[in-house]
Design a protein around this ligand. Structure first.
Ligand SMILES: NC(=O)C1=CN([C@@H]2O[C@H](COP(=O)(O)OP(=O)(O)OC[C@H]3O[C@@H](n4cnc5c(N)ncnc54)[C@H](O)[C@@H]3O)[C@@H](O)[C@H]2O)C=CC1
Ligand SMILES: O=C(O)[C@@H](O)C(=O)[C@H](O)[C@@H](O)CO
Length: 316
């Protein structure tokens, strides 16, 4: 595919050029879409493009670049804007990636709607703000949807598609098709729920992990090994439902007959929602930093990305 032959010459507008905005831009570029990147901070989108060039070149050097286009071909599809209306011209899909602040997102979509046609899909990257709230200032809510990525989206391809109560089924399906086309793995939620699916599961894991460390049952390092060398080894390839199905000789029904009493007893022992603050947070944070210091974060993220890319290749 040549750079000029983006899928039907279609353009995606990415609003917000931070971690997720740049990740989305790289994903859409990898599939040959034109990407118009906007940020409210003057010059920020242009700086983000320079950062993306470095990242794409490094990915290409490490044979980790996604798609059929080389770096120059992908970058030829990318442009940056300090003017929102210019960034929205010709777009068919808007991916919002601004701060996780409701007012910021509501304001962005209020302005965006006045710059695009009725058929342009408005999509938010929000981690867990409800679509009913995020799109509350949009007149035509039928074309609104949450497309919640997982960090880092270039390697972790899940995208949760969460509808507004008014979202048209066709908008869900068009977004599902787009996310599939650009190489992500979309899942459909039938309706909005606080935290969607991924963060409800993730926060349940975080809460119990936090509690076990807080209560001195296990160390920070070892609770992470419980996931990375235990559950995560399976969950990287099969989910919790299939895990149950495989873990009993006669499948899920057999598993439930064997273990439901234990599951219900353990789950009934779960305590209140952790505060994640105060002295307990200071103690756990210090233990975390003793295990992985803040000056190691960059190298650990690079290690994470390398491992995730290897895992993604293995799963193909
Ligand atoms: N960081 C993560 O791990 C994940 C974040 N998300 C969600 O993605 C969204 C973006 O998060 P990040 O990229 O991490 O944030 P970030 O802070 O890295 O980037 C936000 C960008 O938006 C820009 N911005 C702020 N207000 C704006 C406006 N009104 N118009 C245009 N640009 C504006 C900022 O200048 C900044 O460049 C949030 O809703 C977040 O919850 C979703 C999944 C994972
Ligand atoms: O963890 C992730 O990548 C996503 O679930 C997110 O939405 C956010 O980063 C989340 O962790 C914030 O709580």
């Amino acid at each position: 595919m040549s750079a000029s032959a983006s899928p039907g010459g279609k353009t995606v507008s990415v609003i917000g050029s931070g971690l997720i905005g740049c990740s989305w831009a790289m994903v859409f570029l990898s599939a040959g879409y034109k990407v118009k990147l906007y940020d409210s901070q003057p010059g920020q989108a242009a700086r983000a493009i320079r950062d993306m060039r470095r990242k794409l070149e490094e990915l290409q050097q490490n044979q980790m670049l996604r798609g059929d286009l080389n770096v120059e071909e992908q970058l030829a599809l990318l442009s940056s804007y300090d003017d929102l209306s210019e960034a929205l011209k010709g777009t068919f899909f808007v991916q919002e990636c601004v701060f996780e602040e409701l007012e910021a997102k509501q304001s962005v979509f209020h302005v965006v709607e006045n710059c695009v046609g009725e058929d342009v899909i408005l999509s938010s990257s929000t981690s867990c703000l409800l679509p009913s709230n995020v799109f509350s200032r949009v007149q035509n809510k039928k074309r609104c949807i949450v497309s919640h990525p997982v960090n880092p989206p270039y390697y972790v391809r899940l995208v949760e598609l969460v509808p507004h109560p008014e979202t048209l089924p066709a908008v869900m399906e068009q977004t599902y098709a787009l996310m599939t086309e650009v190489g992500q793995t979309p899942v459909r939620l039938t309706k909005e729920i606080d935290g969607f699916a991924l963060n409800r599961v993730q926060y349940a894991i975080i809460a119990e992990s936090w509690r076990l460390v807080k209560d001195g049952i296990i160390s920070v390092e070892d609770i992470d090994l419980v996931m990375s060398e235990g559950l995560g080894m399976r969950y990287a390839f099969i989910g919790p439902m299939e895990t149950m199905h495989l873990n009993a000789p006669d499948g899920l029904e057999d598993y439930l007959s064997r273990y439901k009493d234990g599951m219900q007893r353990v789950l009934s022992s779960f305590g209140p929602v952790p505060e994640f603050s105060g002295n307990e947070a200071k103690v756990i944070n210090q233990e975390m930093c003793n295990f992985i210091s803040k000056d190691q974060l960059s190298s650990r993220r690079a290690r994470r990305d390398q491992l995730l890319m290897g895992l993604a290749k293995l799963k193909k």
